[in-house]
Design a protein around this ligand. Sequence first.
Ligand code: ARG
Length: 262
Amino acid sequence: MKKKIVSMMLCVAMAATMMVGCGSKKEEAAPAQTETEAPAEQAAGGTLVMGTNAEFPPYEYLEGDKVVGIDAEMAAAVAEKLGMELKIEDMAFDAIIPALTSGKVDMGVAGMTVTEDRLLSVNFSDTYATARQVIIVTEDSEIAGVADLTGKTIGVQQGTTGDLYASEEDATIERFAKGMEAVMSLSQGKIDAVVIDSEPAKVFVSEVEGIKILDETYADEEYAIAIAKEDTELLEKVNAALAELEADGTLKAIVDKYISAE
Ligand code: ARG
């Protein structure tokens, strides 16, 4: 039921964006080429626009006004394989899919989880990471696992899978624009728990005193790059580039730079 409401809202949002009509088409300069003679490295120039939400360390976050992190570096490596120049657009997380469907951005790279609902509006590349939704609570919390969330107030980043899953609980949901805002609210005792992806959770917990991550996994997920449905040529190129980056160890090197083994 709730899932349906969410996808309906998404539809309305998309329709609204489409009516406004937006964005320049970026790839027009690229000469036409047939699929058979277009290995990733030989794709023609142009700009590859990535939509993200740089509030999600270590995948994407701001250093000064520069977006850095695993996704930013992976996208740069993909763009290089495609012979294109990467441009990063930072936006609200729930604006990324509408930006894709309206052609404002070419790909969404934002630690984005592959879900059935999202597959209705965009395509996803092959997955490049596995992830978990976890629960953050204060150190002295009585919440010890998922079962204890009933009746509690849960903070989430708006439009994320944490939001979608937590919304299924018999609990009050507080939606924040940024994951860190939810964590601050938790540390100030305003909410009881935060449901968020495990890697940003680790970063936030290391930065904020008095909070911890529960051992119990809330959900297992996989991250992939989102691409507009009609952009199947880009999807193929991105998958080819990802496979190469995986095979030659580039992806692992990028991940290792940002995530130290446990
Ligand atoms: N994996 C979650 C999702 O896809 C959260 C992603 C949030 N990403 C971000 N850049 N803020 O919904």
